[in-house]
Write a protein that binds this ligand. Structure first.
Ligand code: NAD
Length: 421
């Protein structure tokens, strides 16, 4: 596997450029999209529990905002680096465009392992990072959300830190500065499951096109965090058998199907996935070889590569993670007749419901879960249909079709607005 196969930013550029070539995107628009608008790299100190001070490195990359305020998650992970954040920010631009929501693309992160820190250290780090970001974020400018290693609690700490820079009179007009907050602190119903729920809606569309009965299907899910565990729960509720799942430590397998509610109960109590009694532990090498109907990478990027793509035996790869399939593996999966629901479509439920949260914050409204689910369903199915129509008409992959649909909207906005002056 070559280094270029796993350079995430190169992969992102290659993906959208293939679409730009196909649709003959105007060269000046290609130039503008060629690099992020802003790349912020900050070092900030945090006081540790033992009284020591440690310096952390944080990033915020703002790729493009022609369609609206920058929008994108914050990742806490030891491998966070500038090329990764640039790739993730670029994907957000296309994801928001494809979903038809009025946001641009951004992403941020801090390079450290959150599992090695106490709650107090995580809170102080998040507050210092938010303070260091300062006016580079804001409800009408750039709106962070959770990603790997961050959650609703992290977003509430970010919001609270940001709000405290405003006078009491203006404070609550700013609560849309982040999305993915807890319900009590201004979050939306359905945001916790949104990424997985959106993916399930896309799988329903795929299943109806391919005569697959999801209630008789089998699935394998890589990652058991927010996206992966919710996907396991929602698919299990639809009758799909979850044969295997894993986290960064263990992979588990049960050929009769894992009892997902029992596993969630076990895991929520802070117990090890690998010690769950209802499944056997297996190696990651064997994990990728399991025969299933739906394969859901829901962990991190570059997981399906030229090394393991050939061994994969599934009908569809639904990309809950961002960038889990390298371009080389993409070609291999296509030649094996395996469909791929691309990340900018498949996992867009998260940002779609983030948009709903932002709208609710602006209007001081609280929507019912059924309303959120129904609005998400409508929007993501519409995006799926637009991608499928483009794919059939242009005879390209779903990924290239998704970028073409996204680029069409961005191109229209640039043509109408031009650049100032
Ligand atoms: P998370 O931190 O909640 O969960 C990540 C999971 O992946 C954990 O179970 C972790 O143990 C596992 N993992 C990490 N490294 C692994 C490895 N090497 N092998 C196997 N498992 C590994 O993160 P999340 O929010 O669920 O995000 C997962 C993916 O989904 C990321 O790519 C993220 O960008 C994408 N995503 C998340 C959202 C969201 O709303 N949370 C939205 C869109 C896309």
């Amino acid at each position: 596997m070559s280094q270029s196969e796993i350079n995430l930013y190169e992969s992102a550029v290659r993906q959208w450029n293939a679409a730009a070539d196909l649709m003959a995107l105007e060269p000046w628009i290609r130039t503008i999209l060629g690099q992020p608008k802003n790349e912020l790299m900050i070092h900030f100190p945090v006081r540790m529990d033992n009284g020591d001070y440690r310096l952390f490195k944080g990033y915020r990359v703002q790729h493009n905002n022609i369609l609206g305020p920058y929008k994108g998650g914050i990742r806490y992970h030891p491998d966070v680096h500038i090329d990764e954040v640039k790739a993730l920010a670029t994907w957000m631009t296309f994801k928001c465009s494809l979903s038809g929501i009025p946001f641009g693309g951004a992403k941020g992160g801090v390079q450290f392992d959150p599992k090695q820190h106490s709650e107090g250290e995580l809170r102080r780090l998040t507050r210092r990072f938010t303070h260091a970001l300062g006016t580079n974020i804001g409800p009408e400018y750039d709106i962070p959300a959770p990603d790997m290693g961050t959650n609703a609690e992290t977003m509430v700490w970010m919001m609270d830190t940001f709000l405290n820079a405003f006078s009491a009179q203006n404070r609550y007009s700013q609560s849309g500065v982040v999305t993915g907050k807890s319900i009590e602190c201004g979050g939306s119903e359905g945001r916790d499951k949104a990424t997985a729920q959106g993916a399930v809606f896309t799988l329903e569309e795929w299943a109806s096109d391919n005569n697959v009965d999801l209630s008789k299907a089998t699935t394998v899910i890589q990652g058991f965090g927010n996206a992966g565990s919710w996907a396991a729960r929602l698919l299990h509720e639809r009758g799909t058998k979850v044969l295997a799942t894993c986290n960064s430590r263990d992979a588990i397998y049960n050929d009769k199907g894992i009892d997902v509610p029992a596993l969630l109960d076990w895991y929520d109590q802070g117990r090890e996935l690998g010690h769950f009694g209802g499944a056997e532990t297996i190696s990651m090498e064997d994990f990728w070889k399991i025969k299933c109907d739906l394969l859901l990478p829901a962990a991190l990027e570059n997981q399906i590569t030229s090394r393991n793509a050939e061994a994969i035996r599934t009908r569809v790869v639904a990309e809950l993670a961002n960038g889990p399939v390298t371009p080389a593996a993409d070609r291999m999966l296509a030649s094996q007749g395996i469909d791929v629901i691309p990340d900018i479509l498949c996992n867009s439920g998260g940002v779609i419901v983030s948009y709903f949260e932002w709208v609710q914050n602006k209007k001081s409204e609280n929507w019912e879960l059924e309303d959120v689910d129904q609005k998400l369903s409508k929007r993501i199915r519409k995006a799926y249909r637009a991608v499928a129509a483009y794919r059939d008409q242009a005879r390209v992959s779903d990924r290239t079709a998704a970028y073409c649909v996204a680029l069409r909207r961005i191109q229209a906005a640039y043509r109408q607005r031009q650049i100032f002056p």
